[in-house]
Design a protein. Structure first.
Length: 323
């Protein structure tokens, strides 16, 4: 029997836009996913030899959207609709929690054996892959140690595709500052009203003969708020143990953490999104005053005092307790 999210957890998710849940996936499930992931490893990496965990040689880089390899990242998307991943999305505790957030019977189900993210190439030439164009998960993303990032600054973004909330599952232990997802608590409430559309972000079409202007349009008010959030809000590093997960709201500021190479580890994470079955209608509405209007009654009504122990368990910086 899966333990439901508590009213305190739901209240926290609304207020701060994320929720860390330790040990949400069983170790044996994580190990099976890691086995699959390593079948797609760049040749210079040896699972048994952490000395090989580092910057990848340029001849191994690949722009293939189904298996993207760059200097310090290896992202495998081709497996996104395989049974193991679809089972996690639909049969595990995570689906129970997704239904708590969006409503019973309101979570769009992925399609076993469907098309994975990346099958249709990038969203525009030279652009990123669109995570909404998948019948399953985003895939498994690995971040390698990169000593060049030892003093790199954190910087947030929000995702430009429509969805409701994302999930990042750590498949292996991941220490602090080693590539785990980072979030800016509470930023979802500040960014949400700044977009004219409740889920989408406007895009400029790509024309081959007019190549300079393309991709996502960032409203000025949004860019100014990004700067303010980066200045006044310390991010939370969602490091953790194998099987730990984080749920995060679609308008929450976040980043794939820098792996500062203080440890010979690879951040391996399964990523996917949950969507409401009615997203096609919801995305056509004007941005609502009440940002939870499309979510479950249970979530909307959650209003519980947050205990100090709980806030500590979520690693919320003390400066944000009263925000
Ligand atoms: Fe993102």
């Amino acid at each position: 029997m899966v333990a439901s999210l508590t009213s305190e957890e739901l209240t926290f998710f609304k207020r701060f836009g994320y929720l860390i849940k330790p040990a949400a996936l069983a170790p044996e499930v994580c190990e099976q996913l890691l086995e699959r992931m390593w079948e797609s490893a760049p040749a210079s990496l040896s699972r048994q030899d952490p000395e090989t965990y580092g910057i990848l040689p340029e001849h191994e880089w690949s722009a293939d959207p189904l298996r993207t390899i760059s200097k310090d990242k290896w992202q495998y998307r081709a497996l996104g609709t395989e049974p193991l991943l679809i089972d996690i999305m639909t049969q595990s505790a995570l689906f129970v929690w997704a239904e708590q957030l969006l409503g019973q019977g309101k979570v769009r189900r992925p399609t076993l054996g469907g098309k994975p993210m990346g099958h249709s190439g990038p969203a525009w030439p030279g652009g990123p892959v669109d995570p909404q164009i998948t019948d399953g998960a985003r895939g498994i993303y690995a971040t390698l140690p990169n000593p060049e990032l030892a003093s790199a600054e954190d910087g947030l973004h929000t995702d430009g595709h429509p969805f409701h909330f994302g999930v990042v599952c750590l498949l292996e232990d991941c220490p602090p500052e080693a590539g785990a997802f980072k979030v800016w608590p509470g930023s979802h409430r500040r960014f949400q009203p700044l977009f004219p559309m409740p889920y989408d972000q406007a895009r400029v079409p790509f024309y081959e003969h007019l190549p300079s202007h393309k991709g996502l349009v960032h409203p000025d008010a949004y860019l100014a708020e990004v700067k303010r959030v980066e200045t006044d809000t310390p991010p939370v590093d969602a490091f953790g143990k194998q099987g730990d997960i984080i749920l995060w709201h679609h308008r929450l500021g976040h980043m794939a953490g820098h792996h500062k190479a203080q440890s010979r580890t690879i951040r391996q994470a399964l990523l996917f999104d949950y969507n409401h079955i009615d997203l096609d209608r919801q995305r056509c509405q004007p941005t609502p005053q009440d940002m939870w209007t499309d979510w479950s009654a249970e979530l909307r009504e959650a209003n519980t005092a947050l205990t100090p122990d709980f806030l500590i368990s979520q690693r919320l910086p003390q400066a944000l307790y009263e925000t």
